[in-house]
Design a protein around this ligand. Structure first.
Ligand code: KIV
Ligand code: ZN
Length: 403
């Protein structure tokens, strides 16, 4: 049996605090339900000290979501922790998440605290957090730019105070996979008692490496990954939940880990987030982008018509997308055009195919994609005979299906 990785979703916290993604408590609650149904192990609902709205969002989600752990964020200061603890009171499975920065850059320029003070703050914060929740996660903010010996000292204080999860964030998306994996391995090797806690990773995407770094850390022994739907989060975002989960599912041979995620709900949840925030994903976004299962090049369409194995490494239904799409444009070939016209109910005799294709290319040269309405016009213009009822246009459709 592959080991199970905990999926810690931070869409409603790190994701929500990024520009353009802020949500009202009602919107957060609307998204919390599908996230729970998706099967996330931890749902970080907000940062209660930040605003009344975030406090009530965490409280409402804590009341509503009884299966998943509900987490609230707090700096390593008393007022934050008490506020987060109060918001979590109705939770069936509360997790209090407290953090402090450990890099010298943050200590000097932001916190203006000495290393000794940060160790003491960590211990006091985790102790207090344990009064509110059975599960306490400690995050060493900017861990990847921290001195390793000092990082170990802070993590040891968190462990001694009762932290059940130790999170090693790449806060500014600075690390690269080999280096991040080595850091996780170093902590596992040199932190006494590390086996008492779950090692967690939290990666930002400033260099486009958040998912790669997260996967490398799992291979090195981390057992929780923090991520967000559609990869939203501070600046360039967090590791994308759907990418991490599908990499583990599709590449189980290289990454022998399971998750509790119901992958067929990935696309619906991604769409709900886009609908609530009004911000969609780029068309070429892995897993959930409009083009993730769309093919226009003739060679690819020909391959897809022969077997989807040629150009798809997962079936669209695994992630909740109805069907692949063969979109018709100037790069498409005769084979795909014929298949589409026949699906639309037109008979395309072999000797007519070339003429129909030339008529199609004239349209395709003027517009990016040729939709079914234009195809019907081309078929009528070419005098093709109708077969009667069109076949269902779902599979390999030129526009039917997803959005
Ligand atoms: O990026 C970060 O370091 C964070 C912590 C609060 C976990 O978001
Ligand atoms: Zn973060």
């Amino acid at each position: 049996m592959p080991e199970t990785i905990r999926i810690f979703d931070t869409t409603l916290r790190d994701g929500e605090q990024s520009p353009g993604f802020s949500m009202t408590p009602e919107e957060k609650l609307r998204l919390a339900r599908p996230l729970e149904e998706l099967g996330v192990d931890v749902l970080e609902a907000g940062f209660p000290i930040a605003s009344e709205g975030d406090f009530s969002a965490v409280q409402a989600i804590a009341r509503e979501c009884r299966e998943t752990r509900v987490a609230a964020l707090a700096r390593a200061v008393e007022a934050d922790i008490r506020r987060a603890g109060d918001a979590l009171r109705p939770a069936a499975r509360p997790l209090l998440h407290t953090f402090i920065a450990t890099s010298d850059i943050h200590l000097k320029h932001k916190l203006k605290r000495t290393r000794a003070q940060v160790v003491a703050d960590t211990y006091t914060a985790v102790r207090l957090a344990r009064e509110y929740a059975g599960e306490v996660e400690f995050s060493a903010e900017d861990a990847t730019r921290s001195d390793r010996e000092f990082l170990l000292e802070v993590l040891a204080a968190a462990l001694e105070a009762g932290a059940t999860v130790l999170n090693i964030p790449d806060t500014v998306g600075y690390s690269v996979p080999g280096e991040y994996a080595a850091l996780i391995a170093h902590i596992r090797q040199h932190l006494p008692g590390v086996e008492k806690a779950i090692l967690s990773v939290h990666c930002h995407d400033d260099l486009g490496l958040a998912v790669a770094n997260s996967l490398a850390a799992l291979a090195a022994g981390a057992r929780q990954v923090e991520c967000a739907v559609n990869g939203i989060g501070e600046r360039a975002g967090n590791a994308s939940l759907e990418e991490v989960v599908m990499a583990l599912r599709v590449r189980g041979d290289a990454l022998p880990f399971a998750t509790g995620i119901r992958t067929e709900k990935l696309y619906p949840v991604s769409s709900q987030l886009a609908e609530i925030t009004g911000i969609g994903v780029q068309p070429n976004k892995a897993i959930v982008g409009r083009n993730a299962f769309a093919h226009t090049a003739g060679i690819h369409q020909d391959g897809m018509l022969k077997s989807p194995l040629t150009y798809e490494i997962m079936t669209p239904s695994t992630v909740g997308i109805a069907a692949s799409q063969l979109l018709l444009g100037k790069h498409s070939g005769r084979h795909a055009l014929q298949a589409r016209l026949e699906l639309l109910g037109w008979l395309v005799p072999r000797e007519r195919l070339d003429a129909v294709y030339q008529a199609f290319l004239q349209v395709a040269d003027r517009q990016k994609l040729v939709d079914d309405v234009r195809l019907q016009e081309i078929a009528l213009g070419a005098g093709l005979a109708s077969l009667g009822q069109p076949a269902a246009a779902g599979a390999a459709g030129s526009g039917a299906g997803r959005r």
